[in-house]
Design a protein around this ligand. Structure first.
Ligand SMILES: [Zn+2]
Length: 116
């Protein structure tokens, strides 16, 4: 499962953050995942909840995933819109396909709460 390797990759960053803050444990982790990132948020949550148990520093952390909607901006009429159709999006105002991705590709740790 793709999401397990993503969760494992994020562990290194979480441990680095914990170490920098001299944390004794991580209590909450908030992730931002874009709809376009190719990550299934339910699977990522599941993967995180599984891998965190192997690490005392993280085992009690609450994992919160915020899904970032796919937003495009039209280069022709400059309207921004939420795209439900990620494969063939078109501007709802002028029908243009000349679009710029504004958000939806995120896959990062938004915030970490620790106990010191
Ligand atoms: Zn347009």
């Amino acid at each position: 499962m793709h999401e397990v390797s993503i969760a494992l990759g994020m562990l290194d960053e979480l441990f680095r953050i914990a170490q920098e803050n001299h944390a004794i444990k991580i209590t909450r982790v908030k992730l931002k995942i874009g709809k376009m990132s190719g990550i299934v948020t339910d699977s990522l949550k599941f993967a995180f909840d599984a891998v965190k148990l192997e690490h005392p520093l993280l085992s009690q952390a609450e994992i919160v995933i915020e899904e970032v909607p796919l937003v495009y901006k039209c280069n022709d009429c400059h309207v921004s819109f939420n795209a439900a159709d990620i494969y063939f999006p078109a501007c709802p105002e002028c029908g243009s396909g000349n679009l710029q991705l504004v958000s939806g590709e995120e896959q990062h740790i938004e915030s970490v709460e620790v106990e010191i």
